[in-house]
Design a protein around this ligand. Structure first.
Ligand SMILES: C[S@@+](CC[C@H](N)C(=O)[O-])C[C@H]1O[C@@H](n2cnc3c(N)ncnc32)[C@H](O)[C@@H]1O
Length: 246
């Protein structure tokens, strides 16, 4: 695992209480988790498009589930995360899948890569644990090549999931006391402030945080996503770094 010299200290501060690879595995094994991950993954892959031969960075790659999928689809994938345990889990997942992943320990706010290094950057549910998204967006814009794209998926503010997690924060959950829920307008503004040109915001996951509700509403979730962003627990957006013209 490669890391920048001050990465461990920077990453210690960002370690998320109660969120480790085992918690993620348990979530995915539940009915609610499996349906939700599938719906979020479908929207992210739709926005990401064809990645064959692209140099792609996943920021906050966690245990590497999306990164491995993108490597299987032909991208040259690099993952970076602030958690050593997540990076170790991502390395193990890549080994089991038999795909190469370059993995780095590092913070989104100081990415350990040179400018204009990647054709695409993806990030999924990482800003929800970052109070000020501007430095991370600035770094993502820096490492993107001109004409490159960011695809980011985040937790939406106007949903029952965000309301429930806010209540958990008030009741003392250390993880959700660190939680941040964004509006479509905030995601667009963060992209614009970093010099990126955002496309439309897409919504998904409209059901309450209950397995049976997910099962019932799964078939119409995509339809709701075409109608409204209100109620969406998951928001995703694609934003382009303008190409430089001579
Ligand atoms: C909710 S998990 C999502 C993991 C993965 N993107 C996914 O969707 O499965 C959030 C991840 O972001 C990482 N993270 C949080 N804040 C970070 C930061 N400032 N810099 C880098 N990684 C961060 C955490 O360590 C964790 O792996």
């Amino acid at each position: 695992m490669e890391q920048s010299s001050n990465a461990p200290a920077q990453c210690d501060r960002r370690a998320l209480p109660g969120l480790d690879p085992q918690v993620y595995a348990k979530w995915r094994a539940s009915e609610l988790g499996a349906i939700t991950e599938r719906i979020e993954r479908r929207l992210m892959l739709e926005l990401i498009g064809d990645v064959t031969g692209k140099r792609l960075l996943e920021v906050g790659c966690g245990d590497g589930a999306l990164a491995v999928e993108l490597a299987k689809r032909g991208a040259e994938v690099t993952g970076v995360d602030a958690s050593e345990r997540m990076i170790a889990a991502a390395r193990e997942r890549a080994r089991e899948a038999g795909v190469p992943l370059a993995l780095h320990l590092g913070p989104a706010e100081a990415l350990p890569f040179k400018a204009e290094d990647f054709d695409m950057v993806v990030a999924q549910t990482i800003l929800c644990f970052v109070a000020d998204g501007s430095p991370a967006f600035g770094e993502i814009a820096r490492v993107l090549k001109p004409g490159g794209r960011l695809v980011i998926g985040e937790l939406g503010r106007w949903s029952s999931w965000a309301a429930e997690r806010r209540v958990r924060a008030w009741l003392g959950s250390p993880l959700w006391q660190r939680g941040h829920f964004r509006t479509p307008g905030e995601l667009k503004r963060l992209a614009e402030q970093a010099g990126l040109v955002p496309g439309p915001v897409h919504g998904a996951v409209y059901y309450p945080r209950i397995g049976i509700a997910a099962r019932w509403m799964d078939p119409i979730d995509g339809v709701l996503g075409r109608v409204t962003k209100i109620g969406a627990a998951f928001l995703a957006i694609s934003a382009e770094k303008p190409a430089v013209h001579a």
